[in-house]
Design a protein around this ligand. Structure first.
Ligand SMILES: [Zn+2]
Length: 229
């Protein structure tokens, strides 16, 4: 019976590590022991004015900002994000959401947040990929932190990600018009936790935050799985 169950489970859960692609032992999920120990965890949640929060200073009024791990080119985290984003491995998001959510909850971070929102994908992109790579991570975080998950009140109305931009300013300008609030009553007066997979320049989250901040009484915090150094 156990064997049958394991076989059924192994169809859905890949038996290789999302970080190094080595075969996983039966007791491991998603990551092998080595990758788990080598994961560059930031612990930014222990400092209120961490580098993620500072990244947004003068750009958007952010209450609290945190990222779980550091993103290095060709490192474990890049591999993990690649699996999550392009290889359909949505369970990677659940795994990290559960892990990070447990840590944040224990340390009382984001305890006054009301609603958790993943950065939305444009419907065209959503159709291509079949899923939003931030959804499972956001949902698991929301469950661990006991925060309402909302994927419908805020939308991406313009697909800007594949366009070639003349300049960084041009990209910034277009991003400001790429998102829209669909259901203001769900968000009015709320402390919103915006979630993304990786922060690079922060331009996308900045644009989202500034649109959401136009709703009366809202405050915004940010959390991501990874941040580039
Ligand atoms: Zn590994």
């Amino acid at each position: 019976m156990v064997n049958i169950l394991n076989n059924i489970i192994s169809v859905f859960i890949p038996s290789v590590c999302a970080g190094c692609k080595q075969k996983l032992s039966v007791n491991d999920q998603i990551l092998c022991v080595t990758c788990r120990h080598e994961l560059p965890i930031t612990n930014f949640h222990l400092e209120k004015e961490n580098s993620v929060k500072r990244l947004f200073s003068g750009r958007a009024s952010i209450t609290n900002a945190n990222s779980f791990v550091l993103f290095h080119k060709k490192g474990i985290v890049q591999q993990i994000i690649h699996q999550l984003k392009y290889k359909g491995q949505q369970q990677v998001g659940t795994f990290f959401g559960n892990w990070y959510g447990t840590i944040l909850r224990e340390d009382g971070v984001f305890k006054d947040v009301d609603v958790i929102i993943p950065v939305p994908l444009h419907k065209k992109r959503l159709k291509q990929r079949g899923y939003n790579q931030v959804t499972t991570f956001s949902r698991a975080l929301g469950e661990k932190l006991d925060i309402v998950f909302d994927e419908t009140s805020f939308k991406r109305t313009k697909n800007t990600s594949r366009q070639v931009f003349r300049s960084r300013g041009d990209r910034w300008q277009r991003l400001q018009n790429a998102f829209a609030v669909i259901d203001e009553k769900n968000l009015k007066g709320k402390h919103i936790l915006l979630v993304d997979d990786v922060i690079t320049t922060g331009a996308t989250l900045e644009a989202c935050a500034n649109i959401l901040l136009k709703i009366p009484g809202t405050t915004i915090s940010i959390v991501t799985l990874a941040v580039t150094e």
